[in-house]
Design a protein. Structure first.
Length: 142
């Protein structure tokens, strides 16, 4: 996802379930530079804010939108769309706090058509159009 960068997930490194007040300093100790989280409440907690500031890591947050699979899709889309853009902007910078704009998954993200009523192109099989014949190929008669 990010060439030149090492990306981990708390589950893969067996830190899932670790409380934020232990997770954040451990990240800094192990050399992680950025935390990407859907926990938007971290900045509303005095102790967690202190841990984030002390760790000096970039804190990137986003809100989850929707329910069930739509929420998961929204989270994945938000991270995949946002993180590759902000990483180069944060490189070499002191600690920054970033809020990613949420990508909402909904009806505006797709279009469904009945190809019998709205063929996608003139070449769609069964489309009622006037077929044009190709002109004969011209040969070079030199």
């Amino acid at each position: 996802m990010l060439p030149g960068h090492h990306v981990d997930h708390v589950q893969r490194i067996r830190w899932k379930g670790k409380q934020d007040l232990q997770l954040i300093p451990d990240m800094a100790t192990r050399g992680y530079l950025m935390l990407v989280t859907a926990d938007t409440g971290q900045l509303e907690d005095h102790e967690e804010c202190g841990a984030i500031k002390k760790a000096g890591i970039h804190h990137v947050r986003f809100e989850r939108h929707g329910k069930g699979i739509a929420s998961t899709a929204s989270a994945i889309a938000t991270v995949v769309a946002g993180v590759p853009i902000i990483v180069p902007l944060l490189e070499g910078q002191p600690q920054r706090l970033v809020e990613l704009g949420v990508v909402k998954c909904g009806q505006t993200r797709y279009k469904i058509v009945d190809p019998e009523r709205e063929p996608p192109t003139q070449y769609w099989p069964g489309r009622k159009t006037v077929r044009r014949r190709r002109p004969p190929r011209q040969t070079d008669s030199s």
